[in-house]
Write a protein that binds this ligand. Structure first.
Ligand SMILES: Cc1cc2nc3c(=O)[nH]c(=O)nc-3n(C[C@H](O)[C@H](O)[C@H](O)COP(=O)(O)OP(=O)(O)OC[C@H]3O[C@@H](n4cnc5c(N)ncnc54)[C@H](O)[C@@H]3O)c2cc1C
Length: 330
């Protein structure tokens, strides 16, 4: 029986949607193999049993859950030890994770400890009965794709790009069995120690984590003063700041704030796009946003096709008005 493991990306009881997409991916792999299979989810850190059980609605058969006071917050050395201990006891077919800052750290540690293959930014992954595994991932800004073939033993680790994981609805009413597994003892030989955690101002929050994004494009114009209304709106509504490639090329934002095919893939609850035409390469990175507002001078801008609310006008007139209204409401 093929046993595919997925890593549960969660903060307490809040499970990130991409985890459900990962469960669906594991289900597809099992169906392709045409043999009986099991999906095992691994959750590390605090989470309620009743929440983990609901992963059964997405096809997960069982959840291995390790927690403890020393696992309340992500710590690479502790989490990788806990995960590798489990893998070594059970030898699953493969480990699937969603690409994130946390899994990039975790997976690299685990691959080194397990001496196994690691694929990052995967778009597709499959295992063949002859004992090899295959992954596809984009390179050169998405213009080329690498087709990687690797041994399927020991269990390869695959980090999927969140943008390729489908939005998944629960398709059954099933309860996953939650198995409490021992967490590694708090070790005193750790190489790193968390001294403090600094909360980012919403404006500086990692775009992939942000709930609200205010994004600016070439329509704002060159120069820091022209881009300032974007920062001001973000501060007013507790949003994070992003932008298009021209804005990054002009040096108005650092590269990690670029949204799009060669930047970040974002999925906020709300994105406000200002002076952005909506080129394919940009919308590829934001089309999973739940609510989209677009402000642009050109009524024919492609961005409006993606917008739940479109405002035709000059950003330099609309944004100051909007910000002062928001401040009044506060
Ligand atoms: C291989 C490759 C990869 C790429 N990757 C990315 C990527 O990851 N991300 C990305 O963003 N781009 C990427 N691009 C570039 C992309 O093709 C577009 O050129 C870019 O997204 C356009 O950015 P923009 O919308 O800011 O500018 P423009 O397309 O110039 O649009 C500016 C918009 O502002 C409007 N406007 C002008 N003045 C005002 C005003 N005063 N008020 C309101 N609206 C106004 C205009 O009507 C227009 O719609 C890539 C291109 C290539 C070839």
């Amino acid at each position: 029986m093929v046993d595919i493991w997925i890593f549960v990306q969660h903060r307490g009881d809040d499970i990130e949607d991409a985890t459900y997409g990962l469960a669906a991916e594991a289900g597809r792999m099992i169906a392709q193999q045409g043999e009986a299979g099991r999906i095992t989810a691994v959750a590390l850190g605090p989470a309620s049993e009743s929440v983990l059980e609901r992963l059964g609605d997405y096809g997960v058969d069982r959840v291995l859950h390790a927690s403890g006071d020393h696992m309340n917050r992500y710590q690479g050395e502790i989490f990788s030890r806990a995960f590798v201990d489990l893998v070594q006891q059970e030898d699953p077919a493969c480990l699937l994770m969603v690409q994130s800052a946390e899994t990039e750290d975790l997976a690299q540690r685990m691959a080194a400890m397990m001496k196994t293959a690691l694929v990052t930014r995967a778009m597709d992954f499959s295992m063949t009965p002859d004992g090899s595994a295959r992954a596809i991932r984009p390179v050169a800004g998405g213009y080329l794709f690498e087709d990687l073939v690797m041994d399927s033993r020991p269990s390869p680790i695959v980090l999927f790009l969140p943008s390729v994981l489908f939005d998944t609805e629960p398709d059954r009413d099933a309860t996953a069995s939650v198995i409490r597994v021992p967490s590694p003892a708090p070790a005193d030989d750790l190489k790193t120690r968390t001294v403090s955690v600094i909360e980012a101002a919403p404006e500086d929050l990692d775009l992939e984590e942000a709930d609200i994004i205010v994004a600016g494009g070439r329509g704002l114009g060159k120069g820091e003063a022209s881009f300032e209304p974007i920062h001001a709106l973000a501060r007013a509504i507790g949003g994070s700041v992003g932008g298009t490639r021209p804005v990054v090329d002009w040096g108005l934002l650092p590269y990690e704030r670029q949204i799009g095919q060669t930047g970040k893939y974002v999925s906020p609850r709300l994105i406000i796009n200002c002076g952005i035409s909506g080129a394919n390469e940009y919308t590829a990175g934001m089309e999973k946003s739940q609510q989209v507002i677009a402000i642009d001078l050109n009524p024919r801008a492609r961005m409006f096709r993606f917008a739940d609310l479109g405002v035709i006008g000059d950003v330099h007139e609309i944004l100051p008005l909007l910000i002062s209204r928001i401040e009044e409401q506060k």
